[in-house]
Design a protein around this ligand. Structure first.
Ligand code: ZN
Length: 81
């Protein structure tokens, strides 16, 4: 009986999230982890780790805690390693 209730709650939450619902304690955790990850290295503007171009935080592609201006730079950087 208890197992069935738990299963129903899990399914309910899954459906809720599928339709764009936010689960506060889950989403908050995700957000704080992202902020922690980006907080130190990227603030406002970022410099491309490959070509050195400056871009806004919104345009930056993040890979292994480094910022890239475009997918091209990211791929080139990976190839050089
Ligand atoms: Zn670049």
């Amino acid at each position: 009986m208890l197992l069935r209730v738990i299963l129903l709650i899990i399914i309910g939450v899954a459906i809720y999230r599928f339709f764009g619902g936010k689960v506060p304690f889950l989403d908050k955790k995700e957000k704080s982890e992202v902020e922690k990850d980006f907080g130190n290295s990227i603030q406002g503007t970022s410099k491309c780790a490959y070509c050195g171009v400056y871009m806004t935080e919104d345009d930056a592609l993040i890979y292994q805690r480094k910022a890239y201006c475009s997918n091209e730079c990211l791929e080139n950087h990976k190839k050089e390693k």
